[in-house]
Every structure is written in C-alpha cells, then in structure tokens.
Design a protein around this ligand. Structure first.
Ligand SMILES: O=C(O)[C@H](O)[C@@H](O)[C@H](O)[C@H](O)COP(=O)(O)O
Length: 260
C-alpha cells in the first residue's frame, strides 16, 4: 500500500476545482493507455463539490464520457430518486450533464428496489456486479479502479465505514450492508477496506476546520478500526486533498507551515 501524500489548497472551492482538474487528467491518461477508465464516486459535500467543479471545467470534454465506468464507494439506502441518495446528488452535480454510457454507470440498489428493504442483499448484489467486472489481472473481486474518491467524516469515517462499527472490520467481503450508521441515514451500503485498497489510487477529500482533527488523526498513524480513513490506501497512490482549514492540525513533517 502506498504512503499518503498530502496536497493542500487555499480553500474548499479551489480544492474542488484542482481535484476536478486532477481527475480529468487521470481519466484522460487512463483512457489513452487502456481505452477506458474506472472511477469510484463518493457522497457528501466535498465529493459532490468535485463533481460540480468538473461539470464546470473548460477541460471537461477532454474525457471520453462513453468510455468511463462509474461505481460508488457507498450509498445511503433510500428509495430511488431520493434527494439524499449519493446517486441522485451525483446525477445533479455532473452525471446528467455528460454523455455517459448508461451500461457503464453502476449505482447501488435503492431501498424498495429489487431487494426491498434488505440492504445486506443489495450489498451482496453489488459485490457480484463488481466481481463480474473484475479481470484476471485485478487485485480483488473488484475491477482495478483508476481512482477511488472518498470524502472524510469528522470522525474519520470513509464511505460508510465508521470507527469501530462492523464494516470496518470486514476483511473478506467487498461490499457490506451498514446498519445504525451514526451519520444519517442509518442504513447504508458500503465498499469495505479490502475493496478500497484494490484501487490503483485512493484520493481522500477533506475541507473545513471540522475535518482538521480527523485528518491529523488519520495521518498520524492511527489504526484503521479507530480511524477508517487511515486504512484507505491505494495500491500505487494515496492522495489527501485538503484545504488549509482541514490541514491546520497536521503533523509538521506532513505539512510545514507556510514560510513566514
Ligand atoms: O454517504 C456519505 O455521506 C458519504 O459517502 C460520506 O462518506 C461522506 O463522504 C463523508 O461523510 C464526508 O462528507 P462531507 O464531504 O459532506 O463532509
């Protein structure tokens, strides 16, 4: 697993724009090299802020949208179209504005869908979908995602893996149902750390002073059970994209203060 790299931007708006530019370049390079690209989206303000910035980017259509596979790192287990679903918010922020191939967009099942209100069954189905998309060269029963995006909670949760809750202990399954999540809604579906760590690159997005403590804890050697963000590592790159407020408590060796 790759050691974390930290990049700090002035504020959350610039962080979102810079992250969007970085993601466009990564997708374009992957498509040039392998004919397609694979990205895992995340929910929350920073994840959706990146998508909205990408939608506005002048370089947006350098991406061949028809050759992009989109997955989700987690989903709030709510009915299709619920405004609080990560899928709904991603569509509003970007997906409905670009010519994606619908067959390559993989939302997690909603509540009241094929599995009714059984989040565990929805998780099992998504694991099967991921496994079906994995190739012989892939590092787990999931495709080798080019970039897996993660927002970071103030408690250091990523996706819907919360400190000391069952999902963060999962070492076999790639997707789990989550019950009793401290961040509403309580029922969710989430990739597990083994699935996250199969990604080539993991990018963690955190902006605002409410994330400063979480970033400092996760980047200072905390264990993944107490700080799930600490376990979110990519095979070849782990990149923390912060604004100055979220970087304020980082150890000095990770983010030296601006020179006076
Ligand atoms: O379903 C969700 O809510 C997200 O997937 C969650 O993991 C989110 O990324 C973090 O809670 C950070 O959210 P903010 O960026 O809004 O702080």
């Amino acid at each position: 697993m790759s050691a974390p790299q930290v990049v700090v931007h002035r504020d959350k708006e610039l962080m979102a724009k810079a992250a969007a530019a970085r993601l466009i370049t990564k997708i374009v390079d992957a498509q040039a090299a392998r004919g397609s690209a694979s990205v895992v989206l995340t929910g929350g303000r920073n994840g959706n802020g990146l998508l909205a910035a990408l939608a506005e980017s002048p370089a947006r259509d350098a991406v061949d949208w028809h050759r992009l596979d989109l997955w989700w790192g987690d989903e709030r287990f709510l009915p299709e179209g619920d405004p609080e679903r990560n899928h709904t918010q991603a569509r509003e922020a970007l997906l409905d504005s670009v010519p994606l191939d619908p067959a390559r967009v993989h939302p997690m099942e909603p509540a009241g869908g094929r599995f009714g209100n059984d989040a565990d069954a929805a998780a099992e189905e998504y694991a099967l979908e991921l496994a079906a998309a994995a190739g012989p060269e892939d590092h787990a029963a999931v495709p080798s995602f080019d970039v897996l995006l993660l927002g970071v909670g103030p408690d250091t949760h990523v996706a819907s893996l919360f400190p000391e809750l069952p999902g963060v202990y999962e070492q076999e399954r790639t997707v789990v149902g989550v019950h009793g999540a401290p961040k509403p809604p309580p029922t969710r579906v989430s990739l597990t750390l083994p699935a996250i760590r199969a990604a080539r690159e993991v990018w963690l997005l955190a902006a605002g002073e409410d994330k400063a403590n979480a970033a400092a804890i996760a980047l200072s050697g905390a264990g993944e059970v107490q700080a799930p963000a600490a376990g979110a590592r990519g095979r070849s790159r782990t990149l923390w994209l912060l604004d100055e407020a979220a970087a304020a408590q980082l150890p000095r060796d990770l983010y030296p203060p601006a020179s006076a």
